[in-house]
Design a protein around this ligand. Structure first.
Ligand code: ADP
Ligand code: MG
Length: 698
């Protein structure tokens, strides 16, 4: 029987394949490029390309593509076949080093947030040798970065790689100060837990809102939702199990370490988590995972919904971004050590994260801002829109002891003198799992829980890596100048705790009282919507920090700003138009038809016996008549709100009109429609209800 190890990675041009198919000198040279970022010799590129081509063709591939991640958030590919003319008119299969290294797709149809206005439309893709090539269908996919001819990044991978490099640079400075001369490279690693909904294709096809927007725009609360808590970790139905089995197999072939799967809180909601890996690869793999999830679902007559909030009133979906930093020797820098110095180093890295999250809470919020995710943040299920950190009781006590220069009162009473005392061995499992915190320390990593399920994890990791690199830079600047290293270190850690402890919160993040305290007492940011937070992307401190670490130039950052706001406005405008169409051409006609049939029944009854009261029919006709008038009025109001958008002079202005006008008008239209759904006879209702959809895979 075929086992996992027979096919794991079978579609990946990974290290094993490279070693087997490249000469030892080419392999060594490529390895240097992958591990240390050394420039690739063109001759080596030719040899790699030839080996890649032969390997791919042997696996049935006919085409190759540069696979990249434009600002749309999904991946893009343009396929070229390997075929070329041979002089004798026959076909030969070619793929050169040049084709491997660089491609030139037309950039003009991808969002560039204004970069196109000032720069050429042409763009190029450049091979990222740190992420393995793979075969999808009949195409060899080469992970690439996507830039304009002026060199501006037009994608998500380029800034991600730059942020990893920034973190590496600054972390190495710190490690050297602690006497570590061996480490060559520091990288951030990520394990993203991916939530999703599975529904049947039959349900999906009948709902224009799901087809056009990925989420329902109408639907009354079903009689049964998630209140019984019977879905979470519940047994997986055969149909879903078959899907997961197939999904895993496809992902394994692509070298994705899909590890954990379970049912989530809401009915029809599930989760998949891979084993963590380097941020760059984790990001590529997560994009692939989302794609494969949708493709495999189709094969099973299912649809995988990745939207953050497909159904109102039941939990939405997120992506927990588990993040840590480690050296090439495998030392996790967010793990307490064995000696006083290792512990001091751990505390310094911990403080770097605390400072980063506090100083750049706005950037973290922005990094997860989408129209879809706005429904989730602050809706009593996902973390609130306020960014805060959870460290757990024991670590908190340690920090408090350092802050106040008092003995630590934990399992062992110790004075916390850094570089002298060993940290108490706090047990990972005793840190209780705070599930409401946006940014929780879980023993040797942080879990950032604000990311939306449909979003690329590139954005949040770019900001996280950069912000932490900035803290480390500030620390390294001071420590390199320090006369007394230990003293400076101790003061620095103490001061960080004093200055930034406002970001640490161990209570219930869903509580209204927390939001009040966070904003009024602690002065933390609370940006409810994408329109609220995005303008802060261009705040001086943010522009300067990201430019200092060469992650984004100001021009590149402005491009993101424009592209994200544009996407926000377009997404909601499409939703509004879909609502208008559904309300006009489906909901109102259904109400009218049912009203007519009830009225006919009353008339028929009265024809039999003139003085029958027909209270039931009269009540329904009156109620539905009132609702249809209300719906008609609200259709007009929403239509007007959408029309107003064209008067906006800028994308900022438009985003405010969307936030304040369109969204309210959409909510107002939904209410009478949902009420009508509970009255109108099921046969007349034009599309499946929540109850139908949410339990469709059962
Ligand atoms: P859960 O949060 O569901 O209890 P875990 O915390 O064990 O599960 O793991 C969740 C995710 O975190 C997985 O993708 C796992 O690979 C990842 N993870 C575990 N350790 C690390 C680490 N040091 N750095 C980054 N991710 C990690
Ligand atoms: Mg987790």
């Amino acid at each position: 029987m075929e086992t996992i190890s027979d096919y794991f990675g079978s579609l990946v041009f990974d290290d094993r394949v490279m070693k087997a198919n490249l000469s030892s000198s080419v392999y060594a040279s490529l390895r240097k490029t992958i591990d240390e970022g050394k420039k690739l010799d063109p001759k080596v590129a030719d040899a790699v390309a030839a080996a890649m081509r032969d390997w791919a063709i042997a696996k049935g591939a006919t085409h190759f593509t540069h696979w990249f991640q434009p600002l749309t958030g999904i991946t893009a590919e343009k396929h070229d076949s390997f075929i070329s003319h041979a002089p004798d008119g026959r076909v030969i299969l070619e793929f050169s080093g040049k084709e491997l290294i660089k491609g030139e797709p037309d950039a003009s149809s991808f969002p560039s947030g204004g970069l196109r206005a000032t720069f050429e439309a042409r763009g190029y893709t450049a091979w990222d040798p740190t992420s393995y090539a793979f075969i999808k269908g009949k195409t060899l996919c080469i992970p690439t970065a996507f830039c304009s001819y002026g060199g501006e990044a037009l994608d998500k991978k380029t800034p991600l790689l730059r942020s990893m490099e920034a973190l590496n640079r600054q972390a190495l400075r710190i490690l050297r100060l602690f006497g570590n001369t061996e480490v060559k490279h520091v990288t951030s690693s990520v394990g993203p837990e991916q939530e999703y909904f599975l529904i049947t294709e039959e349900m999906y096809r009948q709902r224009p809102d799901l087809r056009f927007c990925g989420r329902t725009l109408f639907g009354s609360t079903p009689p049964k939702g998630q209140e019984m808590d019977d879905h979470y970790f519940g047994s997986i139905t055969p149909r879903v199990a078959a899907y997961m089995e197939d999904l895993n197999k496809e992902l394994w072939k692509l070298g994705v370490f899909a590890k954990t799967e379970h049912n989530e809180v809401a009915p029809a909601q599930h989760e998949l988590a891979p084993i963590y890996t380097t941020t760059n690869i984790a990001t590529d793999h997560n994009q692939l995972t989302m794609e494969v999830m949708q493709r495999v679902a189709k094969k099973h007559g299912l649809v995988c919904l990745l939207h953050e909030k497909p159904f109102a009133g039941v939990n939405g979906s997120g992506k927990h971004n588990n993040w840590s930093i480690a050296t090439d020797a495998g030392q996790n820098l967010l793990s307490p050590g064995e000696t006083p110095y290792q512990d001091a180093q751990f505390l310094l890295f911990l403080c770097a994260v605390i400072k980063a999250v506090d100083d750049y809470q706005d950037l973290l919020r922005i990094s997860v801002a989408t129209a879809g995710n706005d429904h989730r943040l602050g809706a009593n299920e996902a973390p609130p829109a306020v960014v805060s950190m959870f460290l757990g009781d024991e670590l908190n006590a340690v920090l408090e002891a350092i802050e106040t220069d008092t003995p630590y009162q934990g399992t062992r009473r110790t004075q916390m003198k850094l570089g002298v005392d060993v940290l108490p061995r706090f047990n990972r499992d005793t840190t209780d799992r705070n599930r409401t915190s946006p940014f929780a320390f879980t023993g040797n990593k942080f879990e950032f829980r604000m990311v939306g399920s449909a979003d690329s994890i590139a954005c949040c990791n770019i900001m996280l890596n950069s912000a932490v690199a900035e803290s480390l830079r500030v620390y390294a600047d001071q420590l390199e100048q320090a006369k007394d290293f230990d003293e400076t270190l101790h003061t620095m850690i103490r001061d960080t705790i004093r200055e930034h402890k406002r970001i640490i919160f161990n209570g219930n993040g869903y509580d209204d009282s927390w939001i009040k305290e966070a904003t009024e007492v602690r002065g933390l940011c609370n940006f409810r919507t994408t329109a609220d937070c995005l303008p802060h992307l261009m705040d001086r401190k943010n522009v300067e920090m990201l430019a200092r670490h060469r992650v984004y130039s100001e021009t590149e950052l402005r491009a993101r700003y424009e592209a994200i706001l544009e996407n926000y406005c377009k997404t909601i405008a499409i939703e509004a138009k879909t609502m208008l169409s559904m309300a006009r051409t489906q909901i109102l006609p259904a109400i009218e038809a049912y009203t007519a049939s009830v009225a006919e029944t009353a008339a028929a009854k009265k024809a039999v016996k003139k003085d029958l009261p027909c209270r039931y029919e009269t009540g329904i006709v009156e109620k539905l008549s009132q609702l249809s008038d209300e719906i008609a009025d609200r259709i007009d109001a929403l239509e007007q709100a959408v029309r107003n958008l064209s008067s906006a002079a800028s994308i900022e202005e438009e985003s405010i009109l969307v936030r304040d006008g369109v969204r309210d008008a959409m909510a107002a239209l939904r209410t009478p429609c949902d009420e009508a759904e509970t009255i109108v006879c099921k046969q007349y209702w034009p599309f499946p209800t929540y109850a139908d959809i949410l339990f469709s895979t059962k």
